[in-house]
Every structure is written in structure tokens, then in C-alpha cells.
Design a protein around this ligand. Structure first.
Ligand code: ZN
Length: 320
């Protein structure tokens, strides 16, 4: 029985197993990864081993502990996550976890506390956790999972053993994509999804790739045709605006590089290549800078007239 379901996680898993076998896992661990790597499954596999009564490196799946784990009712496992409808983990939740850590194990010999996403702890919550991590109780493991470890207090990070799950290169998981029905992936999509396999798969499966290409085509059409109305592009971006603009921003950054070296992300992507043919480097540089400002504006002030700002962004590209 394999503890992890994705091939790009197996190296980290093997290293973790080696540490477990040597008994060298400390009382606090931090797992970080880019979103879309499926590292949750790795952390779940680890929790399961930590609680399993009959194996040190791979959960057996049928002991009493494993059964309770699968049912979600293991008394030695405490999960801390933002409460429903909340974006943050409160100090009270952490205090409760701290108390839990001090109690003795009911079944497996140790207690496990998982905090995810760890970066959603408020500052007060982080400080409360820090106190416990400074002198961790015996027979207790704290596991933190984060997509943004830079948002954690440095003092928390320094008290955890940090496991960073690295993003695989495309060739490392092409086989997995093929097995999942995706044979050809434009290099640009890999870049837009920050290399994360699960994100890339969803991007293609859900038609976001095709949608992105159409948005790019609408942008190029606008620039190519004099006096064309900005409507098609603006309409396309009027829903899910921030996500779409962020993708566009990544593509424009890639395009900038494409003026200096021949990049497969640009040259093998017909729509981006076409955009390159109607703009010069300075224009793209300028568009990217203004787009970053627009994204910032829309993030901070939610009540703005998106359509108007998008049209302005487009028109300024043309008049410069
Ligand atoms: Zn077991």
C-alpha cells in the first residue's frame, strides 16, 4: 500500500519514511508547497502513520486506529482550520489545541495536532502556538501545512522542521497527465499554473485554457483593429476578473522575456505569438506595469467599475 497517490510526492514521502524509521521526526513539522501539488494527501498519509498501531512507515489500514482515522473520529487527532465562513484561525482555536496537546493519548501513544492552512492563523494565534512550540509536551506532534510559509512568524518556522515539497518539472509528470487523459500541454499553461500538476489538470479539464486563449485573442483583435470597441475583451473579463487578469499578467511577463530569447511558451502558443507580432517590448512592459496596478486597485477596492477600468487599460495600450 502506497502512502501517497501522486508520483511527484514519492521522493518526499520516502524521505519522511526514512525519518520515521530512524525515529528522528521532531515534535513540530511544517509542510509547504505551491497550491495544486496535492501535498494534502502526503500530510494525511503521515497523520495516518503517526496514529497507526501496527506500522512505523506505512499505515496498515485495518487496525483500530486506522479504522477510527478513516471514520474521522480518532481521539488522538485534533484538526485546526478556519471555522466555517471564517478566513482565519483564531487564538481560541489554538489555545484549545494547546490544551489538547497536554492531555495524554487515548489510543496510539501520541497526540497529533494538524493546523491548516497554517498561514491563516491570526498573529495572536501564532503567538499562542509559539509558546507551546517553545516547550512542546511529550508524545505530541504539531503538523502545520501552508501554501504561504512566508506569512508565518519566523520564530514559528524556526521551531518546526521544514519540509518543502518542490514543484516538479513538466516532464516529471507528463506520464501522469497522459494517464489522466491529457496528452498535449502547451508550455504556457504549465507556466500559468505555476507548474502545479493538479491545477494544470483542472485548468485543461475545465476549459480554462481554451477560455484564456480566447481572452488573449480578444486582446490582440482589439490592438490590431483600429477603432475597434474594447467590448469583447472587457465582457470576457467581467466575471472572475481578478483570476483572469492574474493569468494575463503572468502571460505578459512571459511575453516580455520572449523579446530577448526564443521561448517555447511564446513561440509554441499561437495566440501569444500573435500578440507579440502586434506589440513591441516597450508596449508590453508598459501594459504589464499598468495591469499590476489595476489588479492592485481591484483587490483593495471591491466596489469599483471594473468595465470602465478595463476599457481604460486597453485604450491606454493603444494610445501609447
Ligand atoms: Zn493501522
Amino acid at each position: 500500500m502506497n502512502g501517497v497517490q501522486y508520483p511527484w510526492l514519492s521522493e518526499t514521502w520516502t524521505n519522511l519514511q526514512a525519518s520515521m524509521q530512524h525515529g528522528s521526526l521532531p515534535g513540530a513539522l511544517l509542510f509547504s508547497a505551491t497550491e495544486g501539488l496535492g501535498e494534502e494527501s502526503l500530510v494525511e498519509a503521515l497523520l495516518k502513520v503517526q496514529l497507526c498501531n501496527s506500522s512505523e512507515v506505512e499505515a496498515c489500514g485495518f487496525c483500530h486506529s486506522c479504522t477510527l482515522f478513516q471514520a474521522g473520529t480518532h481521539p488522538d487527532l485534533h484538526r485546526i482550520a478556519p471555522a466555517e465562513g471564517k478566513a482565519t484561525i483564531s487564538v481560541d482555536q489554538i489555545r484549545e489545541g494547546n490544551r489538547y496537546a497536554l492531555e495524554s493519548s487515548q489510543l496510539s501513544g501520541q497526540r497529533v495536532i494538524i493546523i491548516e492552512p497554517a498561514e491563516s492563523m491570526t498573529e495572536q494565534a501564532m503567538n499562542a502556538l509559539l509558546k507551546t512550540l517553545e516547550s512542546p509536551p511529550d508524545s505530541c506532534v504539531f503538523i502545520l501545512r501552508s501554501h504561504a510559509p512566508h506569512r508565518l512568524l519566523p520564530t514559528i518556522k524556526s521551531r518546526c522542521q521544514h519540509w518543502h515539497v518542490k514543484t516538479p518539472v513538466l516532464s516529471e509528470y507528463q506520464q501522469w497527465l497522459t494517464a489522466n487523459g491529457i496528452s498535449e500541454v502547451p508550455e504556457l499553461y504549465y507556466q500559468l499554473c505555476l507548474g502545479a500538476p493538479l491545477k494544470l489538470k483542472a485548468f485543461i479539464d475545465e476549459g480554462q485554457g481554451a477560455e484564456f486563449d480566447s481572452t488573449l485573442a480578444a486582446l490582440t483583435n482589439f490592438i490590431e483593429q483600429d477603432f475597434a470597441l474594447p467590448k469583447t475583451f472587457v465582457d470576457r473579463c467581467s466575471t472572475d476578473t481578478l483570476a483572469k487578469l492574474s493569468l494575463l499578467s503572468l502571460a505578459l511577463i512571459e511575453l516580455q522575456k520572449g523579446y530577448f530569447v526564443e521561448l517555447p511558451t511564446v513561440e509554441n502558443h499561437p495566440q501569444l505569438k500573435r500578440l507579440k507580432s502586434v506589440l513591441d517590448y516597450q508596449q508590453v512592459f508598459d501594459m504589464t506595469r499598468r495591469l499590476a496596478k489595476l489588479i492592485e486597485q481591484l483587490t483593495i477596492h471591491t466596489g469599483l467599475n471594473k468595465e470602465l477600468l478595463l476599457s481604460q487599460w486597453l485604450i491606454e495600450t493603444k494610445t501609447r
